[in-house]
Write a protein that binds this ligand. Structure first.
Ligand code: NAG
Ligand code: NAG
Ligand code: NAG
Length: 463
């Protein structure tokens, strides 16, 4: 029997709005927790070296190549430019170092082109994922597919990776605005093995001239996701559409007859009449699809089914994780249970991931804790300095998934990196719920840190 967490507030939309915590209070709490982690880390290791814990479940042993990572000690000084960019918000020192492009640690988080993952250089490094390194496509250009997601197209037996092309200059629209890149469009890359990616070009382009168009370059297009509609035979893309100040807070819909586009933009909506910012879509085994979006000033998530053609939301929707201030949702399903990874809301700065689980996709959703394992405390409390975007199922490897995240670089967004790591569902949750009398009731979801890892050989032969 599963005990329900009584803190879980989940209500249909006709109910009154849920509680709202102060955003700054939450940010302060997160910052304090991270500071504590950071200090304990320094005190533990006077040499300033951090060793990766590589004790894992047996299921991932075959996924990994174990290696050690050494982090040098951070410097005390910060560049004035970095201080200015960050503004008044207090962040833990290691996150400051990460955001400071003049820091000695910068190259550790954003290694240069020499170490890039290059599918044209086969050999010992072939098919290894190196989270955070530059990742080149088959033409030798860095992959531009940020905030993305992956569609496995059964008709072509090919994986398609869709994401934001951010290959333009980063700037601030005005003093208080977040760092941005003008809309270029949604990129698409294709692959048979999830490692070697061919650029299929921009499948939905920004609009250069019509300033009133949603896709005008001055607006915001984030987190594009594509699913296939078996009934209409169309590929349907959903994305976050906004203006530079994030006041439009809508979702956009586009369709195509081909996974490689071009996609035709249809319209933007406010789902169920609510604000929608970070979002994702999820297609269930039964062909029903769902939209999940951050709403009410990002204080809660909403979830609701799409109508049959996937071009709009159905009327029913539910509030979930009310007052929790979560964004960047990534959904997946295993053995009939739904799981969702989310991040906190700290702009481009990384924070702690949480995993949630539900027996019914419409909720109630229960929070299980931080899924990140290995690395060190500061890595685990910053989602390995990245933010969730998608979870890819691996057919033939039950319980194994790829966790996809973005390591954002607010000073130069086009140089943001991809952090792909093995995710497994198995074993017992190590953070028992508050109201379950100490008995963990869900399988543990674990995202394991690896400097370098690859999928097992057998997996490629069977796909
Ligand atoms: C590749 O691996 C082999 C066998 O482990 C090793 O002898 C060789 O030095 C490696 N080559 C490079 C370039 O690392
Ligand atoms: C500009 O975009 C708006 C909104 O999509 C549209 O209604 C209008 O017809 C477009 N104007 C031109 C000249 O294409
Ligand atoms: C965004 O906000 C700034 C400052 O508050 C304002 O000057 C600007 O007109 C706004 N832009 C849009 C697109 O709303």
């Amino acid at each position: 029997m599963r005990m329900r967490n009584k803190n879980q507030k989940s209500s249909a939309f006709h109910c009154s709005a849920g509680t709202r915590c102060s955003v700054s209070l939450v940010l302060c709490l997160v910052a304090c927790i991270l500071m504590v982690h950071f200090y304990s880390l320094i005190h533990q290791n006077d040499k300033g070296e951090i060793h990766i814990d590589s004790s894992h479940l047996s299921v991932t042993r075959e996924l990994e190549e174990e290696e050690s990572l050494y982090l040098p000690r951070p410097r005390g000084k910060k560049s004035p430019r970095a201080l200015k960019r960050r503004g008044p918000r207090k962040l833990p020192s290691m996150v400051n170092e990460f955001l400071d492009e003049s820091s000695e640690l910068h190259a550790l988080f954003f290694p240069d082109r020499k170490s890039a993952i290059d599918p044209n250089k086969k050999g010992n490094d072939s098919r290894f994922y190196y989270p955070g390194r530059l990742w080149l496509d088959t033409e030798g250009n860095p992959i531009q597919a940020h905030g993305g997601g992956i569609l496995f197209d059964e008709r072509t037996e090919t994986y398609y990776w869709y994401g934001e092309n951010k290959d333009g200059p980063t700037y601030h629209a005005h003093q208080k605005a977040a760092a941005r890149v003008d809309i270029i469009g949604v990129s698409c890359y294709s692959s048979k093995d999830l490692w070697e990616w061919t650029n299929e070009g921009i499948v939905l382009s920004g609009e250069g001239t019509n300033a009133t168009h949603d896709l005008h370059v001055s607006n915001v297009l984030e987190r594009p996701k594509v699913i296939y509609n078996d009934k209409s035979g169309q590929y349907v893309m959903w994305m976050h559409i906004d203006d530079a100040n994030y006041t439009k807070a809508s979702v956009g819909v586009a369709v195509s007859d081909s996974p490689t586009g071009p996609f035709s933009y249809l319209y933007r909506i406010r789902p169920h009449g609510f604000e929608s910012r970070d979002m994702t879509i999820f297609k269930d085994d039964d062909g029903k699809a769902y939209l999940i979006y951050s709403s009410e000033s990002n204080s809660e998530l909403h979830i609701g089914p799409l109508i049959d053609d996937y071009l709009n939301v159905a009327r029913v929707g539910r509030r979930i994780l009310v007052g929790r201030h979560r964004e960047a949702p990534a959904l997946f399903k295993y053995e009939g249970t739904y799981y969702m990874i989310t991040s906190g809301c700290t702009g481009w700065a990384p924070n702690r991931a949480l995993v949630h689980a539900a027996e019914s996709i419409m909720g109630p959703w229960e929070t299980m804790g931080n899924p990140c394992v290995g690395g060190n405390k500061i890595f685990r409390s910053t989602t390995f300095f990245a933010q969730s975007t998608f979870v890819v199922p691996l057919p033939g490897l039950p319980g194994s998934f790829i966790f996809m995240a973005d390591r954002w670089k607010p000073a130069e967004l086009r140089d943001s990196r991809y952090v792909w790591l093995p995710l497994t569902v198995g074993g017992v949750a190590d953070e028992p719920l508050e109201y379950n009398f100490g008995f963990p009731s869900w399988s543990r979801v674990s995202i394991y840190w690896h400097r370098r890892w690859r999928l097992p050989e057998e997996w490629r032969r069977t796909t």
